[in-house]
Write a protein that binds this ligand. Structure first.
Ligand SMILES: [Zn+2]
Length: 304
């Protein structure tokens, strides 16, 4: 893939930089809740999942919604998408002088979910954008921020996608593979971001499975769900829908990645007394570079 920045004298590194916005579960904890990640390549920022409080946590991490033009959903459990109305409306409200298309990709339901928020007749939040477009006080507020009238409705372009190439950007491409989670109720996708200088895989929610292992093969960084310890999940339905510490470590080993980042960490695993046991379990299968994800973390790039 061509590096961008050619002709400007200095070539910019295109290492994908991941900021963890949300790496919890549906259970709110003071320091983690739901899933959301920003992957920056050069000057572009891609958002993966939009779990509870994503918009506010983006602001806490110094990231503006207006810097994001592409959103990718792994699946439509609420801990991965519940903040999307806030994200869409905040981005549209703050974008000046005029709105810019927001591209949204994800498995089946992504179009229905997005239209359900914004649709002029049936959207649950249509009353909001209509009031802001038409009320004179809202128009003044918008102009004070640098907005130009007449104000247009939010420009959002959702796509239901299957596995394969999802989008090719100027210096990155995103591909997807099926992830084993809670089918047939919800489809799930795992994503891989490739640039000239590196690759990152975000599994979303998944049990260890061949399609995710294949997607992750040779990646620099694997960000994988880590729900519970193996002994708590083995032999019950959790094992078919989610990954344990051991499962994530085995996937990292099989895929030959350089670094594993454990995310979507179950509430019990975050307690201080679980630190030792979870490390021991991971080391059974993986002797590589292991990082335990925290919200607000900029994921270190693997050494070597
Ligand atoms: Zn889920």
């Amino acid at each position: 893939m061509e590096r961008s920045g050619a002709g400007m004298g200095v070539k910019k590194p295109l290492t994908p930089e991941v900021t963890i916005i949300g790496c919890g579960t549906p259970t709110p904890l003071p320091d983690r809740f739901g899933s959301s990640y920003v992957v920056q390549v050069g000057d572009e920022k891609l958002l993966f999942d939009c779990g509870p409080a994503t918009t506010w946590k983006l602001a806490r991490n110094g990231i503006s919604t207006t810097d994001i033009d592409d959103v990718f959903f792994t699946h439509h459990h609420f801990d991965h998408d519940a903040d999307f109305p806030t994200f869409i409306l905040t981005r549209w409200d703050q974008m000046v002088p005029r709105d810019k298309t927001l591209n949204v990709y994800g498995p089946k339901l992504t179009e229905e979910f997005t239209n359900g928020i914004l649709d002029e007749d049936t959207g649950l939040f249509a009353h909001d954008w209509k009031a802001r477009i038409h009320h004179p006080a809202s128009q003044i507020t918008f102009q004070d921020r640098g907005g130009e009238l007449p104000r247009m409705k939010p420009d959002v372009d959702p796509h239901n996608m299957g596995p394969g190439l999802i989008k090719k950007g100027s210096s990155w491409e995103v591909t997807a593979a099926p992830a084993d989670h809670v089918q047939p109720y919800l489809d799930s996708l795992a994503y891989r971001i490739d640039t000239a200088d590196g690759s990152v895989v975000l599994t979303g929610d998944t049990a260890p499975c061949e399609t995710v292992t294949d997607l992750a093969r040779g990646a620099d960084v694997l960000m994988m769900m880590c729900w519970e310890t193996h002994d708590k999940m083995d032999g019950n339905p959790h094992a078919d829908a989610s990954s344990s510490v051991l499962g994530a470590a085995e996937t990292a080993a099989e895929a030959g990645v350089k670094q594993l980042v454990m995310v979507h960490i179950g509430a019990r695993l975050t307690s201080a007394e679980m630190k030792g046991p979870r490390e021991i379990e991971a080391k059974q299968a993986w002797n590589g570079q292991l990082v335990w994800g925290d919200e607000g973390m900029k994921v270190p790039w693997p050494k070597g």
